[in-house]
Each structure stands twice: as C-alpha cells, then as structure tokens.
Design a protein around this ligand. Sequence first.
Ligand SMILES: C[S@@+](CC[C@H](N)C(=O)[O-])C[C@H]1O[C@@H](n2cnc3c(N)ncnc32)[C@H](O)[C@@H]1O
Length: 243
Amino acid sequence: MLKKIMLVIGAVVILGLVVESLTAQPEPRGGDFGGRRGGGRGFSASPQQNPPTAVNEEEKKILSVLDEMDRNQRGGNMNVPMEDGRILRLLTEAIGAKHVVEIGTSNGYSGIWFCLALRATGGKLTTHDIDEGRAAMARENFKRAGVDNIITLVMGDAHETVKNIKEPIDVLFIDADKPGYIDYLQKLLPLVRPGGLILGHNVNMGSQMQDYIKAITTDANLETVFQGQGQDLSVTLKKRLSK
Ligand SMILES: C[S@@+](CC[C@H](N)C(=O)[O-])C[C@H]1O[C@@H](n2cnc3c(N)ncnc32)[C@H](O)[C@@H]1O
C-alpha cells in the first residue's frame, strides 16, 4: 500500500514539472529589455519599465527602427541593452552635446540612440568600426531611421583612424576591443571638452579592463560612476577647471 502511495505522489510531482516546463515563458534575451520590457506591446510590469514615448513622427520612426533592431538584429552584433541606449541618449541630450564620437559602431544600434539626442541638440555623430559587414548594416539602419545626414561612419582600425579627429568632443563612447580602451582614452581625452563625458561599455570584463578602470577612477581631473543595466557602463565626467 505504502509503495502505491509513493508511486502516485511521484507521478503527480513529475506531471507538475512537465506542465511547468511547457508553460514557462522564455527569459528576455541577452540582457536586453528588447522592447519587451514594455516595448510597445501595451503591457509593462511596472511604470519604471515603460518604453520611451515619441514626441513627434520623426522620433516615432527612429524608435520603431530601434525596436525592430532590438527584436531582429541582436545576434552577433553585440549591441548595448535598450536600457543603456536610453542612458546614452539622456546624457547626450542633457549636456547639449554637439559632437559624439563612438568607437564600435556595429550595426548602428547605440549610434541611433545617440542620434535621438543629437537631433534635438543640433549635433552630429562620428562613429568608427573595422568590420565592413556590420558597417553595411549600420548604413542601412541609419538611413531607415532617417539619421544618416548627421552621421559620419569611419572605417578602419580605430586606434589609427581616431588620430584624424581634430574637433572637440562632447561625448566619447568606447564600445570596441576591450584591451584597447586605455589607448582610445589616452588618444582622445585631450579632445574631450571640460564638462564632457567619456562613456565606456562592458567595463566589468576582468583583467583586460583594469588599466582603463584605474585611469578613470584615480585621475583627479575625472569623476566616474558606474551605471547601466549591468552596472558596467562607466560614466566619466571631465571636470571643468575651477576658477
Ligand atoms: C560591442 S560592438 C559595438 C556595439 C555598438 N556600440 C552597439 O551598441 O550597437 C564592438 C564593435 O567594435 C568593432 N571593433 C573592434 N575592434 C575595433 C577596432 N580596432 N577598430 C574599430 N572597430 C573595432 C567591432 O567590429 C564591433 O562592431
């Protein structure tokens, strides 16, 4: 009798596990909130997760391109999570940036977030990549979003191509080869205007980031905090000279 009861209990537990696995919802992909975090689906778990709202038709078009990229182009393109894209846009617009320099264009996802801000500030984006395949996607995405007129895409090894930048930089965004962050910082920090920002993505990637982290957290001329979905977006202010 006891054996029969144990068998029945076992069967019920197994059935429960099978039903749970069949009805479970998949986790959101790769750290992105992917528009599914309230992304235009008419549902969000909390007000903090509501998606950005468009102020006009142009913004609506840009946001719809970002949402489409979020859903269909993430694979292999290593894009920032949507939440981090929103931070990039907000910081850029808040400081009234006129010139954003991005290292690591990929398919243009983060670049388009910058452009949401740059349309409002009357600014422009100079973005760098070495991979022609991703750059071709970026060109197409910039065009679809209607922001190609404020973007210059520079092809080649950015450790070399950034040497051609002569204009002041309001926001420098580094999101490329991780051991290279320190080199990009050293080459471009002199061009960042006082009051400008240096943003680094994925800076929690272990030993290869230590020299960069040290540089942005120990220089008295810089003030750094860590933000973003994974707290791995470094936000560094180049301090204004006190009078
Ligand atoms: C993480 S992805 C950039 C993602 C992009 N910022 C976004 O969020 O949409 C890194 C990009 O850096 C580029 N990259 C890597 N090393 C580079 C180098 N030395 N010069 C220029 N681009 C480089 C890669 O080709 C890749 O497209």
